[in-house]
Ligand binder design. Structure first.
Ligand SMILES: Cc1cc2nc3c(=O)[nH]c(=O)nc-3n(C[C@H](O)[C@H](O)[C@H](O)COP(=O)(O)O)c2cc1C
Length: 209
């Protein structure tokens, strides 16, 4: 089983990175192979909105994109994986632009029949809810604001998952990151670890159904 992590923070040793790696450690302890995509280290260009990727050839696994960057290779790995962990800091009450830029490009995993009269795209590789995802969001606002800060971020990261037929299992908001005590952060690290384990178990369970 392969679980991929996507780090939306530009800080490679920040809170999201630590929590995401801990969650992936948990996934490994449950038997998964893991890989982290530090998105800042990839060339991810802005979607130009031409819609070629999703209006052309529904038989392709990944739509044709005129942008020649690293996204096609990331998506090749994406479709082969069994589960996903997304992690982003809150920037201006939303995911980082880095994470958003990547999420927008996942449109290449979907297609829409031209003139079908529907705006809903179809998944090129429907996961049939056998694949699962969990999410980690960190912010300066305290945990009391987890809904206000985490909510829009989860929504952004989940948007495509609905079309891809991937269930979300867990959502973790870790607030007050500037002032959080070591003890409290350790507890959240443990939660992240358990999330990783649970993600693997949920994929295994879904495979048996
Ligand atoms: C440009 C910018 C905007 C931010 N906006 C918010 C915000 O709207 N709400 C919030 O709670 N924290 C906000 N923060 C704080 C970050 O979410 C916080 O520092 C985060 O945990 C950093 O994650 P990292 O350590 O993984 O990089 C912002 C930080 C930056 C740099």
């Amino acid at each position: 089983m392969k679980i991929l992590g996507f780090l939306g923070s530009p800080r490679l040793n920040g809170n999201c990175s630590k929590l995401l790696r801990k969650a992936l450690d948990g996934a490994e302890s449950a038997g998964a192979e893991t890989k982290v995509f530090e998105l800042i280290n990839y060339n991810i260009m802005d979607c130009r909105g031409c819609c070629n990727c999703f209006l052309n050839n529904p038989d392709l696994l990944i739509g044709e994109c005129s942008l020649k960057d690293d996204v096609a290779s990331i998506l090749e790995e994406y479709i082969k994986a069994d589960g996903y962990l997304f992690a982003s800091p809150v920037y201006d009450v939303y995911v980082t632009a880095l994470m958003k830029r990547f999420l927008e490009r996942k449109i290449a995993l979907t297609y829409r029949v031209p003139d079908s009269g529907t705006i809903m795209p179809f998944s090129r590789v429907p996961a049939n809810f056998k694949k699962k995802a969990s999410m980690i969001v960190t912010g300066n606002c305290s945990d009391e604001y987890s809904e206000e800060m985490g909510g829009p971020c989860y929504e952004a990261m989940e948007g495509h998952l609905m079309v891809e037929q991937v269930d979300t299992i867990d959502k973790l908001y870790v607030g007050s990151v500037e002032t959080i005590t070591g003890e409290s952060f350790s507890e959240r690290m443990n939660t992240a670890y358990q999330m990783g384990i649970r993600l693997v178990k949920e994929v295994e369970k879904a495979r048996k159904e």
